[in-house]
Design a protein. Structure first.
Length: 296
């Protein structure tokens, strides 16, 4: 079984836990997710299956989108509602002031990764250090908030829609908004609405997947092709002879390829009859194999 299945992750399960359940339901040993969601988070979790797992290190850069809720007047050590409360303050800000604060975080910003995160420092996950009660210095990272909109408010709790670059921590964004407002803020809910080019409409739940298995229904309708991840890449078609050479790991002469890619450009490579072969890259006048699709 080779391809991608998008799970609408539920609360209170880790991303690795979802992968394990998918393995069990599908009977597929090889599986891996394309990006971690915290246990409290829900939403889009693409999972690579079988030969598709070979492409996990070659995922294209793509935006992620989230809907998040946050509460003003409180901070915690995890930056979300599940953590130990560090401070509580009276809230005296207007909705206009909140909107003004959001404006400061649109565009390219510097963001410090939270201690309770899966980011590694010297080979150690930050959350492992945090669970020991320690805290270390973290280098701020550049991220881009491409859109940030207030969609709903109720008392001191707000809901925002965020579209951002890979590597953005929504908990940290909310914590920074709270600091800007001077009263603190803590994330209360998070739903990822888009990842790797897939949206909620592309997803099924684990229970729906289990029902498909129990009913004897095939999974073809919910397994997406590997090449669907690379819709923004240029594609090239090669002759039967070139196809055989490429599938055996051989580089192809760029001059012999119709519509060739530019230097260092990555492309999807197809056989003359439309079979997806894998990814290639133009280096020094040759189309070299970046990753081959192996359907097993």
């Amino acid at each position: 079984m080779t391809g991608i299945i998008c799970i609408n992750k539920e609360k209170d399960i880790t991303s690795f836990g979802v992968v394990n359940k998918v393995r069990g339901i599908l009977g597929e040993k090889k599986a891996g997710h394309t990006g971690t969601l915290d246990p409290m988070a829900t939403g889009v979790l693409p999972i690579m299956l079988g030969g598709a797992t070979k492409f996990l290190n070659y995922l294209p850069e793509s935006d992620k989108a989230y809907r998040a809720s946050f509460l003003l007047g409180k901070t915690t050590d995890t930056l979300d509602i599940t953590g130990r409360v560090l401070s509580e303050k009276e809230v005296n800000v207007t909705d206009e002031r909140v909107n003004d604060a959001l404006e400061k975080f649109r565009g390219v910003i510097m963001q410090t990764p939270p201690m309770f995160s899966a980011k590694s420092v010297d080979g150690v996950r930050l959350y492992d250090i945090a669970r020991r009660g320690a805290e270390i210095e973290r280098e701020p990272c550049e991220v881009e908030i491409k859109s940030l909109e207030l969609v709903k408010l109720n008392e001191n709790e707000y809901v925002i829609d965020v579209r951002c670059s890979k590597g953005t921590y929504i908990r940290s964004l909310i914590d920074d908004i709270g600091k800007e407002l001077g009263c603190g803020a803590v994330m209360t809910a998070l739903e990822r609405t888009e990842a790797s080019g897939f949206g909620l409409g592309d997803c099924i739940t684990l229970s729906q997947l289990q029902e498909m298995r129990d009913s004897g229904e095939g999974f073809d309708a919910v397994i997406k092709s590997v090449e669907s991840l690379y819709g923004d890449y240029k594609s090239v078609r090669v002759t039967p002879a070139q196809s055989n050479r490429f599938k055996n790991g051989g580089a192809l002469d760029i001059k012999r390829i119709k519509n060739p890619p530019g230097e260092h450009e990555k492309v999807t490579v197809y056989s003359f009859d439309g079979e997806f072969l894998g990814l290639g890259i133009n280096k020094g006048g040759e189309l070299k194999v970046l990753r081959l699709l192996i359907n097993k």
